[in-house]
Design a protein around this ligand. Structure first.
Ligand SMILES: CC(C)(COP(=O)(O)OP(=O)(O)OC[C@H]1O[C@@H](n2cnc3c(N)ncnc32)[C@H](O)[C@@H]1OP(=O)(O)O)[C@@H](O)C(=O)NCCC(=O)NCCS
Length: 168
């Protein structure tokens, strides 16, 4: 995939591109302040190597400010991880990343995107609702630290809202 550019609500220009090994340090730093059970550096490296994975980063200039990872099996994709730098949240970066990864997976032939989200994660749930995700299931006590249910959400691809034109 090439890069896609969109002006962000905060007047910065956010660019989206495929992640590379040089991005892992910044991605791990964002991950560690975003989740109570963060992925290890090795997990990110493994996802960069897999053929079925899509691993995108959002950057402003040289600075990586967010990432999203999905994997695709035949015509179904799953969003495995998405996070934005804590100081860049609420400015549209998460929505741009979600648009981009859904668009990329649709171009790979995916008909749907599924994800798990903590029931209490109201910000993420609002983001997903605004991108046509609907609840299709529940995994009781799926998360630990703290223990909590996961909602299973799904959206059909391609979505009708906010899709980025992604050049190849
Ligand atoms: C969830 C996350 C990726 C969203 O990224 P973001 O850049 O802050 O989101 P955006 O600014 O693009 O906002 C997208 C939508 O999220 C919702 N949202 C954003 N900030 C919000 C807030 N403080 N309160 C309520 N809703 C909010 C809104 O619906 C918003 O759409 P709108 O601006 O059209 O109203 C980010 O908050 C994050 O990294 N959180 C920690 C990691 C995480 O929880 N990942 C999701 C795991 S399932």
């Amino acid at each position: 995939m090439g890069s896609a550019t969109r002006a962000c609500a905060c007047s910065v220009t956010v660019r989206i591109r495929d992640a590379g090994f040089a991005d892992i340090g910044a991605v791990v730093a964002i991950e560690r302040v975003s989740f109570s059970e963060p992925w290890s550096e090795g997990m990110f490296r493994a996802h960069l190597r897999g053929d079925i994975n899509t691993f995108l980063v959002a950057h402003e200039g040289e600075a990586v400010i967010g990432f999203a990872i999905a994997h695709t099996v035949v015509d179904e994709s799953e969003l495995l991880n998405i996070a934005v730098d804590q100081y860049m949240r609420g400015r549209g970066v998460g929505a741009i990343l979600l648009d981009a990864i859904c668009g990329h997976c649709a171009m790979r032939g995916s008909a749907s995107m599924t994800l798990d989200v903590r029931a209490s994660n109201t910000v993420a749930r609002a983001l997903y609702a605004s991108h046509e995700f609907v609840q299709v299931g529940l995994r009781r006590r799926y998360y630990h630290v703290p223990e909590e249910d996961a909602l299973i959400l799904r959206a059909k691809l391609p979505m009708s809202v906010g899709r980025l034109p992604i050049s190849r």
